[in-house]
Design a protein around this ligand. Structure first.
Ligand code: NOJ
Length: 553
């Protein structure tokens, strides 16, 4: 396919790496990660092959929700550095070819934000309408409570001004009223500010909550997303909105802007992710295959963002109670591993029992599923969690650079885990020297993923395998084909695939040596190891596979 497309629509086969500046690398020796520390690690990130960094919130904050409670959208949390440090970081990242996006958390602010302090000061405040106030809120529906361990209502009574304010999350996070045109203008200004400092876009926090505050009687809530996107495109073509939209597939196309594709550029595939875990728990590819078949096709130039873990709990909220329990049993049976009755506060390698073969297969799946892969820092070396930390913080532990931790010389902001996932067992320095390490596997997967834009750009088909444990799919673009197979169980299997309409009859293995020949009737037998994974490019014997993808030019 035409490779020049992949620079214009860069996000469609990007590799996104999410990190929290606070826990990545301490550059000034105070125990807290910062922009200076992060800047020192840019070459590591570029060497890994990732193409876009997603920074979790780095703004001034009382830190009651790990920075998702902001008091100033136009500044840097002083613990993490200054605007000067940010610009130096941006410049270095851009120099190494890395784009940067940041969390856009505008569903709410901290209750200490000057806007809210002003808004709550009196019912006549000029900023009263910047938040959502009510004399008579609707009774709570328990399904609306996001953090049931800490909250029992989404409304909080304000003694001073004698009204209730809406908070979709914690009570210290009042919801902004994005139905108010002044609030919308201010949000656009925030985007404009950070884009001017070099950001290529934003990961938009809690999108369904954000737009539900627009009164549909007054305006179409989705117009707000379209307006924001149009504003960004005017300022900088190719900038993106990557939305956190955990809704059923049937409701998702509205967030892309239906067929127009003029709202969110990318949406996380929460349904695919939850079904991938169900498939892994059952060693049965059926749930994931079904999700891939049912998933709506994004509009032109929009894309799915694929992930297995992120900084929050592994939410299993869209599965049935029985399915959720199956996953709990397989990957987090203890109560202290579970959270909110719907998720697990663990990282992937511990859930897969530290079994390197299985972990490698899981990430091969992630990088080859149709869409843009998003990884959470430390996944590339197989970091575990620290269950001694509170709630979701269990997975937000300091990055493990070397056997002694290497995150800081001081007392770290968060405790380092002990045991078989401690830094002396799991760290960057050791894995760089080990060709069989997970880190090297990630480098290989990223290299191959970038060499196979068909995976992200092509049309995909889930193939019949006759073996429930095996997921096989093909991705086709402009006459080029990539075929991928994953064995989710711990016994070796052979699968027989039927591949029609291939350019050529040779499948070249892209992860290890070897080729397979496709018979004249389109059938091919693919042997797979226990938890084995194989990626192939189809080509004619006379065309080497590395040239096959650009042949259509
Ligand atoms: C979603 C974020 O991912 C989560 O970490 C945060 O607590 C809530 N939004 C509230 O901002």
């Amino acid at each position: 396919m035409r490779l020049t497309y992949t620079s214009d629509v860069w996000y469609k086969n990007a590799v996104v790496y999410c990190l929290d500046v606070e826990t990545f690398k301490d550059g000034n020796g105070d125990g807290v990660g910062d922009f200076r520390g992060l800047t020192q690690q840019i070459d590591y990130l570029a060497g890994l092959g990732v193409t876009c960094l997603w920074l979790m919130p780095f703004f001034p904050t009382p830190n009651r929700d790990d920075g998702y409670d902001i008091t100033d959208f136009y500044n840097i949390d002083p613990r993490l550095g200054t605007l000067g440090d940010f610009v130096e970081f941006m410049r270095t990242a851009n120099d190494r070819g890395l784009r940067v996006i940041a969390d856009l958390v505008v569903n709410h602010t901290s209750d200490q934000h000057p806007w809210f302090v002003e808004s709550r000061s009196s019912r006549d405040s000029p900023m009263r309408d910047w938040y959502v106030w009510s004399d008579t809120p609707e009774p709570d529906d328990p399904s609306q409570i996001v953090f049931p361990d800490k909250e029992n209502s989404i409304w909080q009574y304000d003694e001073k001004s004698e009204q209730y304010y809406l908070h979709s999350f914690y009570r210290h996070q009042p919801d902004l009223n994005v139905g108010n045109p002044e609030v919308r203008d201010e949000i656009a200004r925030i985007l404009g500010f950070w884009m001017e400092l070099g950001l290529s876009g934003f990961r938009v926090d809690a999108v369904p909550f954000l737009i539900e505050n627009v009164n549909p009687q007054l305006a179409n809530p989705h117009e707000f997303l379209a307006d924001l996107r149009a504003f960004m495109t005017r300022r900088k073509g190719g900038s993106i909105l990557l939305g956190e939209v955990n809704v059923p597939y049937k409701d998702l196309p509205a967030y892309f802007g239906e067929g127009l594709g003029d709202q969110l550029t990318m949406c996380f595939d929460f349904i695919g992710m939850q079904n991938a875990w169900l498939s892994m728990a059952r060693s049965d590819a059926t749930p994931l295959a079904r999700a891939l078949r049912e998933r709506p096709k994004p509009p032109k130039d929009c894309q799915w963002a694929m992930f297995l873990r992120n900084h929050d709990e592994l939410t299993l909220d869209k599965l049935t109670e029985e399915e959720r329990q199956e996953i709990f049993e397989a990957f987090g049976p203890r109560k202290d591993m579970q959270i909110y009755g719907r998720g697990l506060r663990r990282r992937l390698p511990t859930m897969l029992g530290g079994d390197l073969r299985r972990i490698k297969m899981a990430y091969s799946l992630l990088f080859s599923l149709p869409g843009t892969p998003v990884i959470f820092y430390g996944e590339e070396i197989g970091m575990g969690e620290n269950l001694d930390e509170e709630g979701r913080m269990a997975v937000r532990i300091p990055m493990q650079w070397s056997a002694d931790g290497g995150f800081t010389q001081a007392e770290p902001v968060r405790e380092i885990p002990e045991g078989s996932f401690a830094p002396d067992r799991v760290n960057v320095a050791d894995q760089k020297r080990d060709v069989n390490s997970l880190l090297r596997w990630f480098q290989l997967l990223i290299e191959r993923y970038r060499e196979c834009p068909e995976l992200a750009w092509g049309s995909h088909t889930v193939l019949e395998t006759g073996r429930p444990s095996v997921l096989a799919h093909r991705c086709d673009a402009d006459g080029a084909t990539v075929v991928v197979t994953h064995n989710l169980c711990d016994t070796a299997v052979d699968v027989e695939l039927t591949l029609e309409g291939l350019e050529g009859n040779l499948l070249t293995d892209l992860l290890m040596d070897g080729t397979l020949e496709v018979s004249a009737d389109g059938s091919v037998r693919v042997p797979l190891d226990p938890h084995g994974c194989r990626w192939f490019r189809a080509s004619r014997p006379e065309i080497p596979p590395e040239d096959a993808s650009v042949k259509a030019l």
